[in-house]
Design a protein around this ligand. Sequence first.
Ligand code: F0G
Length: 459
Amino acid sequence: MMRNTQPEPWRVKVVEPIRRIDRSAREESLSRAGYNIFGIASEDIYIDLLSDSGTSAMSDAQWGGLMRGDESYAGGRNYYRFEETIRSIFGLPHVIPTHQGRVAENLLFSTVLKPGEIVPNNTHFDTTRANVEANGGVALDFVIPEGREPRTRHPFKGNMDLVRLEKCLAENRGRVPLVMLTLTNNSGGGQPVSLENVRGTSEVCRRHGVPLIIDACRFAENAWFIKQREKGQESRGVGEIVREVFSLADGCTMSAKKDGLANIGGFLALRNETWVERLKNKLILIEGFPTYGGLAGRDLEAIAIGLEEVLHEDYLAFRIGQVTAFGEALSAAGVPVVEPIGGHAVYVDARAFAPHLPPEQYPAEALTIALYLEGGIRAVEIGGVMFGKPDPARPGREILPDLDLVRLAVPRRVYTNTHLEYVAEVTARLRATPERLRGVRIVHQAPLLRHFTARFELL
Ligand code: F0G
């Protein structure tokens, strides 16, 4: 049983039916998709934990906001509300809307980064790394050592290693256009960064004259962890913590598909004007006029409302409570999970889950396949398929990452505790007979980002 002591701070007004197709239909659906869960139609999925991005349920206030969309080409009223909301929550005056987080990254790096320059981060999310590298930059990850160890407990495993950051900035004077800090650290397990560490990172950046830009995707979840876990922060409001975190930065990139509680959208917000004109000119080229940036007016309205709702403390207590209870239920059933449980997802250590499968047989991919076959559940592999690279020293073999993880990402306000209990039960059942998991071989792959479209054969 899941022990989430916090009941949902909402009641249900609209329902969306889901169905679990039978096992033989699931087998057929999988084989048609080449055993890649990205290739399965969502109607054939029962519980979809592929991503927490763009998958939130909007509130009645947000749906109502859609009706107030002002779809004027320029100067629509929803933009001004969007801008005002971001200014008041983050304290950053220059607001540039985009249709996703990665476009904010694309704009930023294509404007301020020169080839050969370095961008440090606690851990770059895939799209951030790809945008740095596509512009000729070098993306470096300086998360603290505990952040790389699945079973080491630390309240803020997303923290930046300040010694390594300091050394990097000292050794590369003039070659670091900005430092990033990702809250929470998605690629490291959804782990938070402490306020003290944001202060430290900001101090190092200031001393070296390098701007600090926060990847704010899960800013509210991060602030909730600060309130829960950091000494001296327990009696502060979440909004106040957010304000202080961002007062230490020079700007942020944001995907509103996460803590914006919206299905699409993002933005770039900056403290000073230096880059703004160039960014807006580029925005017009790739997204649209600066008062809509690739979004409909109604989307801007839904995001503005979502950014306010996400800071409600009863919402955050339920949200983080639900993900934690889900992770603890898995752990109690003997499923090896990354600890402590992160903010938006539970990460299963697939090598420990199925020790009979060598990394060359992609154990995390094998577990995603088994979860679908056994229970109609969709999760995502973060391991050898996503990160494996050909090994130049050993033709036909690959350099594989240190970890094979399966991420069970929990959409916001979408699934009940009962749904997640079901997922925990199915996973526990598989854990009791791991030898049922079959490794895979890749039979088709794209040259880049192969995990989305690769096809597999079961071994
Ligand atoms: N930064 C972080 C930390 C993210 O988690 C994501 C997206 C992005 C940037 C890019 O935002 O999708 O709006 O372009 N993460 C999703 C996920 C895709 O499933 O974790 P986007």
